[in-house]
Design a protein around this ligand. Structure first.
Ligand SMILES: Cc1ncc(COP(=O)(O)O)c(C=O)c1O
Length: 487
């Protein structure tokens, strides 16, 4: 006796019939509402019952037969495969209660990522470290270049893995003239933000047993990327807010050293020329590559920043990286690496494996933005704006918070560290509830927040670039309130 199956099939006239019928029949076979070996109605009958064409039913039956759900018994008709349980010998087909998929969760490397988990919404609160003043971005110029590029058919296909050549040329020119970097376009690799640049370095350089020297405190993004395969991260202390070049270990297995010499992240110190040369000589003697993260050198307010380490010596063992996240906006997701020529192929091959190309329209728009002079104009405006914000915010802090917090100040950048003795994680949480972003200084120390360890220093990292004067005043008042309420 064939199954009477039309009663519980529902056909929605807005969806392709064949797909619906296939899905509904297959689902009933999988969950065994249609028992193995039971007879299906004839295609003619099912078509008539459902009021659809017989060809549709035939096509669905053919597909289910080809996939092993149904079988034809000659002269008798079409049946649910009698051995369907072996076809479906998987948790899906089994009648025994299914284990929850969470039982399949593999062992995952925990990286102890940010103690403050941010939702998508509050990543852009005023005072979020690293966030530029997006309201001041010249959106009309940007729209114009996007509009020019978006209809160009040559940009619709694949491009080179290394990045759009005109953009690499523009970046190389900019780095040579503004940062003293020794490079040409063939040494530039476009990445999806500085974060991908750091990950590529880890992918290419690190072998089992290698360790990585890292500023402490330092940029958490570098820790996550360089430590993700479990390589040992060896903290290098700071002295006067910069990497202490005299406390570097003499020999060892450190393959890489990560640093932010032009504006230490987060404390803001600047390595002077002799310290830079000491560091370079140490790296050469110890066969260690320096990762030079030049993330915000555009924003030095009173002096031109010291030239990049990469360009100080010929053939220096430096992997130089930068990003447009601060100079343009984080969402362009464009960063760059400058590496010696003999490493370029390895980086390009690794990028091919791990991400493929970077978005071509954005690269082309960015090129036009740079070539038209808009980029340098924008930087000049932002440098002036951030300098005013930095001065205003510092003076507010000095007037209202000097008894509890000390600014760790260097006249540069987009964030300010306010140091003091308090539970910085708790204050950051509280500020977030009130609508302000910030980061706890202690979280920038290796071991800063792991159980049983205490960071030697606590404080707030406040990204003033994204805050206006009213927000600065409100935030300072809130911090005052928090300290006044402390027992
Ligand atoms: C030290 C440092 N390096 C690099 C970056 C840029 O990272 P990305 O280009 O991945 O946005 C940041 C951003 O906050 C940073 O603080």
């Amino acid at each position: 006796m064939p199954l009477a199956i039309t009663t519980d099939l529902t056909i929605d006239s807005n969806q392709p019939l064949q797909v619906q019928l296939y899905q509904q029949l297959a689902q009933r076979i999988i969950d065994q509402r249609f028992q193995p070996g039971s007879q299906m109605p004839s295609s003619r009958q099912l078509a008539a019952d459902l009021g659809i064409s017989r060809n549709t039913v035939l096509a669905v039956y053919d597909q289910l037969k080809a996939e092993g759900f149904l079988q034809t018994q000659s002269g008798r008709g079409v049946f649910v495969h009698s051995d369907i349980t072996s076809v479906l010998r998987s948790p899906l087909g089994s009648k025994t209660p299914r284990r929850s998929i969470s039982a399949l969760k593999p062992k995952i490397n925990t990286l102890n990522i940010d103690p403050i988990r941010t939702s998508d919404l509050d990543n852009n609160l005023p005072f979020t470290p690293g966030l530029p003043d997006i309201r001041e971005f010249p959106i009309r110029h940007w729209n114009r270049v996007i509009h020019h590029q978006e209809n160009r058919r040559p940009l619709m296909g694949y491009d080179g893995m290394q990045g759009y050549l005109p953009l690499r040329q523009a970046i190389a020119g900019y780095l040579r003239s503004s940062r003293g970097v020794h490079c040409h376009a063939d040494q530039v690799i476009i990445t999806n933000g500085a974060q991908q640049a750091l990950s590529l370095v880890a992918d290419i350089f690190l072998q089992p047993g290698d360790s990585v020297l890292i500023e402490n405190p330092g940029y958490r993004g570098s820790r996550y990327a360089l430590g993700r395969y479990g390589h040992k991260l060896v903290p290098v202390p700071l002295k006067d807010q910069v990497l202490d070049v005299h406390s570097l270990p003499m020999a060892g297995q450190a393959k890489l050293l990560y640093c932010t010499p032009t504006h230490q992240y987060p404390l803001g110190g600047i390595l002077d020329l002799s310290q830079r040369l000491t560091l370079l000589n140490w790296a050469i003697e110890n066969n260690t590559w320096i990762i030079e993260d030049d993330y915000d050198s555009e924003f030095h307010f009173y002096n031109k920043p010291i030239a990049a380490m990469q360009g100080l010596l010929d053939n220096s063992p430096v992997l130089y990286l930068g990003s447009f996240s601060k100079t343009m906006m984080p969402s362009v997701r464009i960063g760059y690496l400058v590496v010696p020529e003999f490493l370029v192929d390895d980086f390009v091959a690794m990028k091919r494996i791990t991400s493929g190309e970077s978005p071509l329209f954005i690269q082309a728009a960015l090129t036009e933005f740079i070539e038209s002079g808009q980029f340098v104009r924008h930087l000049r405006r932002m440098r002036q704006l951030y300098r005013e914000k930095w001065e205003y915010f510092q003076s507010l802090v000095m007037t209202s918070l000097a008894d509890v917090l000390t600014p760790v100040a260097e006249s540069a950048g987009m964030h300010l560290v306010l140091e003091g003795q308090f539970d910085d994680l708790a204050l950051c949480h509280w500020l977030r509830e009130k609508g302000f972003g910030s980061a706890p200084l202690s979280a920038h120390f290796i071991d800063g927040h792991s159980e049983g360890s205490h960071s030697p220093r606590s404080g707030l990292v406040l990204g003033f670039a994204s805050a206006n004067q009213t927000q600065m005043r409100n935030c300072v008042e809130l911090i005052r309130e928090w300290f006044d309420a402390m027992p």
